[in-house]
Every structure is written in C-alpha cells, then in structure tokens.
Design a protein around this ligand. Structure first.
Ligand SMILES: [Cu+2]
Length: 71
C-alpha cells in the first residue's frame, strides 16, 4: 500500500532528502519518494503505518502536513 503526504515548508533538495530519510526510518515504511515540486511524499508501506505517525515524523523533521491520502 502507498500513501501520499502533502507537505508544506520544504524549500530545497536538502529539505526533501531530510523528509525522505525521516520517513524511511519509520518501522513499516519500505521507501519514500519526496517531490519538492509537488510538495509531496509518496510512501510505500509494508504494514499499515497510521497517518498520525507519518504526520508526526514530518513535523519532527520541521515541516507541515496538509493532507494524507491512501492510494
Ligand atoms: Cu531546504
């Protein structure tokens, strides 16, 4: 399963890489592809990681989440 996370506040590739690494550090996330242009991350999940946990990780990285949708 994959989820798309809309993220506000990323301003450069450094931000995108930071968000990717933080998301990929979560148990259950097998990969995260972050797009600066789309202001989003698509995470591929091995288990159903709760939206709240994804959101908290992005907040901890220093950015805001406006929406999370399952795909
Ligand atoms: Cu940056």
């Amino acid at each position: 399963m994959t989820k798309r996370i809309q993220i506000e506040g990323m301003s450069c590739e450094h931000c995108a890489t930071r968000v990717k690494k933080m998301l990929e550090s979560l148990d259950g996330v097998s990969s995260a592809e972050v797009s600066l242009a789309d202001k989003s991350a698509v995470v591929t999940l091995e288990t159903d990681v709760p939206d709240r946990q994804l959101r908290d990780m992005v907040y901890d990285a220093g950015y805001d989440v406006t929406a999370i949708t399952a795909q």
